[in-house]
Design a protein around this ligand. Structure first.
Ligand code: SF4
Length: 214
């Protein structure tokens, strides 16, 4: 298959359980919950997206004809150090599970990468992933109900986006991440208060925004 990729870059993971970890970010183009065009935002299922995922014109982006070419492009960005730390790639988007398949996962594993995914949870993840982070969106049913990390933007008004709604799902870590909008200070306070009331949930901050990296 041909993989459409918005961008590939090396950075630190900014959010959630892997915060601070060096990682290659592989951002697939396209999402099933929003077209990515501003004129469509009001009618999208997911309306608070802060990510550019349309097209293939970002740094390292493009069309990759094979899983091997895609994996080579990811590998080229991992530093050539003496470290024995296993390289890590975060497959994100857009919605990465529209394109990420076992061929791509296998090709990345052949280059010794640990393969993580950040998904909205509306599609089942293929086998072989090493880390699954689901970030549910109100109005979109979650079918990927197990994984390593559940990361929920908070607060949201819809009943299906309340933290209690996810109690029966099988995740190791539960994170609430303050909604980054015009009320971000209030949202942070409410998120802290919820975590203090329900200690199963931990606070996730978007540290990459605080320190000014992508
Ligand atoms: S699901 Fe994720 S990538 Fe898609 S529109 Fe929402 S926040 Fe953006």
């Amino acid at each position: 298959m041909t993989y459409s990729v918005k961008e590939i870059y090396f950075t630190l993971q900014g959010e959630g359980a892997q915060t601070g970890r060096p990682a290659v970010f592989l951002r697939f183009a396209g999402c099933n919950l929003w077209s990515g065009r501003e004129q469509d935002r009001w009618r999208a299922v997911c309306r608070f997206c802060d990510t550019q995922f349309v097209g293939t014109d970002g740094p390292g982006g493009g069309k990759f004809e094979t899983a091997g070419e895609l994996a080579d492009a990811v590998h080229s960005l991992w530093p050539n150090s003496q470290s024995t730390v296993r390289p890590y790639v975060v497959c994100t988007g857009g919605e990465p599970l529209l394109q990420l398949d076992t061929a791509a996962i296998d090709a990345l594993h052949e280059l010794d990468f640990e393969v993580g995914v950040e998904t909205n949870g509306t599609l089942l993840a293929p086998a072989g992933l090493d880390w699954i982070c689901v970030s549910p969106k109100a109005g979109a049913a979650v079918v990927q109900r197990r994984g390593n990390e559940l990361k929920l933007v908070y607060p949201q008004t819809e009943p299906e986006a309340q933290p209690e709604h996810f109690a029966g799902m099988a995740f190791e870590h539960h994170f609430l991440q303050p909604l980054d909008d015009a009320n971000s200070e209030r949202n942070l306070r409410q998120t802290i208060d919820y975590c203090l009331r329900e200690p199963r949930w931990r606070l996730s901050l978007q540290t990459h925004k605080m320190i000014g990296i992508d």
